[in-house]
Design a protein around this ligand. Structure first.
Ligand SMILES: NC(=O)c1ccc[n+]([C@@H]2O[C@H](COP(=O)([O-])OP(=O)(O)OC[C@H]3O[C@@H](n4cnc5c(N)ncnc54)[C@H](O)[C@@H]3O)[C@@H](O)[C@H]2O)c1
Length: 278
């Protein structure tokens, strides 16, 4: 292949992004567009998917589809796959991005927060696992099956720094509350994100001989107007001393979904300001 920068191009490649209408999903779509690809925003929030896709269409002067999909059901994922292949004839890239990440509330002074492990509701456990892990498994199964038939494809799983380390619950601590009332990062976030790394290694080896590469991105927290105290406590744990900017993962997304990473599979790429070194 010619020069190294050309390996980052994905001209004409079709990329399905689950949770594509979300905060980072739209950024992943912009990365796909920047590199010459065509993103498909797939989201349970159909109106947001269509609206964000329309915004991207205007910005990039290229028609970007926004499709409804509930990735927790096999039927809906099959329907999504049919819509994508009817429209484009193929899907080259799957970005398993959707996950629940309920924000840890700082104002639950009067009650025992649901997030504490002793009280953690089975209903929320099931919901979080079903979006974050079952959704990634179903999408990989359906889209990966089609990629395997064509002997090519890329799956990128969005994990987290919390797929590598445990949450430091001290950063969610509220002054003056007894231990049993302190809100915490939910257990499901750890389980889902560690699970994404397991799924990555499993599928990378399972489909290595089918030309499908599977990697994970482990991003650190993105600044999005979080309370000042939280930001200070979190950034104390980050060697670079700051959270990520929302656009800062785009080059890594392009690297991981393009031929620039052609010899990389089963790997987890940490981009977290150094947090997981500490
Ligand atoms: N934002 C961060 O700081 C950060 C840091 C590290 C990792 N991540 C990971 O990046 C990914 C995206 O995060 P985000 O901040 O954009 O989240 P977000 O909540 O803004 O977006 C998630 C999207 O998933 C969609 N979704 C939920 N359930 C679905 C379902 N059943 N089917 C289809 N779509 C569904 C939601 O409608 C939403 O649009 C997540 O996996 C998250 O864990 C985020």
């Amino acid at each position: 292949m010619s020069n190294s920068l050309e390996r980052f191009r994905i001209d004409g490649k079709v990329a399905v992004i689950t949770g594509g209408a979300g905060f980072l999903g739209v950024r992943h779509a912009e990365a796909v567009l920047d590199a010459g690809g065509i993103p498909i925003l797939a989201d349970i929030n159909e109106s947001a998917a269509k609206q964000r896709a329309a915004n991207l269409s205007d910005k990039y002067n290229l028609e970007v589809p926004g499709f409804y999909a509930d990735i927790t059901t096999h039927k809906s994922v099959e329907e999504l796959c049919t819509m994508c292949t009817e429209r484009f004839g193929k899907v080259d890239i799957l970005i398993n991005n959707a996950a629940n990440d309920p924000k840890v509330k700082q104002d639950e002074a009067d009650s025992v927060p649901w997030s504490r492990f002793e009280a953690f509701p089975e209903m929320i456990w099931n919901k979080d696992i079903s979006v974050g892990l079952t959704g990634a498994y179903l999408c990989s199964q359906v889209f990966g099956r089609e990629m395997a038939k064509r002997n090519q494809g890329v799956i990128l799983n969005i994990a987290s720094d919390l797929g590598i380390i445990a949450p430091d619950q001290r950063i969610y601590h509220i002054q003056g509350l007894p231990d049993e009332r302190q809100p915490v990062k939910p257990v499901t976030y750890s389980v889902v994100k560690h699970g994404m790394i397991g799924l990555t290694k499993y599928l990378a080896t399972y489909w290595a001989d089918k030309g499908i590469r599977v990697n994970a991105l482990c991003p650190g927290g993105v600044y999005n107007g979080q309370p000042e105290t939280f930001v200070r406590q979190l950034t104390n744990l980050i060697p670079m001393g700051r959270m990520a900017d929302a656009d800062e993962y785009k080059p890594a997304i392009i690297f991981l979904i393009s031929d620039a990473s052609s010899y990389m599979t089963g790997a987890s790429l940490s981009i977290d300001g150094g947090r997981t070194c500490w």
